[in-house]
Design a protein around this ligand. Sequence first.
Ligand SMILES: [Zn+2]
Length: 117
Amino acid sequence: MATPAKSRRRVKPARTFTCLFHFGEDTYAVFPLRGIHPEVAARAYRFKKQTGGQEVYDVRLSTQGYVECDCPGHTRHGHCKHVEMLAAMGCVPRLPEQPRPDGTPRPTAPSVEAEFA
Ligand SMILES: [Zn+2]
């Protein structure tokens, strides 16, 4: 009686990685958010702070091209380090190129040049 041949096909383990962004003393793990409804965002990213209070912030690029973060800094001032880091990596437009949701002119924010170490 013949026995079925064993499959020699190996199942490769899933390959995972984590992107870490450092800003001053803070370190963030950054993940792209999948499955976002296209009316909500063209792209979105989650920042999980690895230091301090381990806060979590979401940044979204709207289909109209403006960028929002739900951190207190962006909510209060309209810009923040999370958006700056994504812009430095080319994931979202840089601040001067981002329209405001209401179409009003965007104030000039201090320019931050990224240093990649
Ligand atoms: Zn932010």
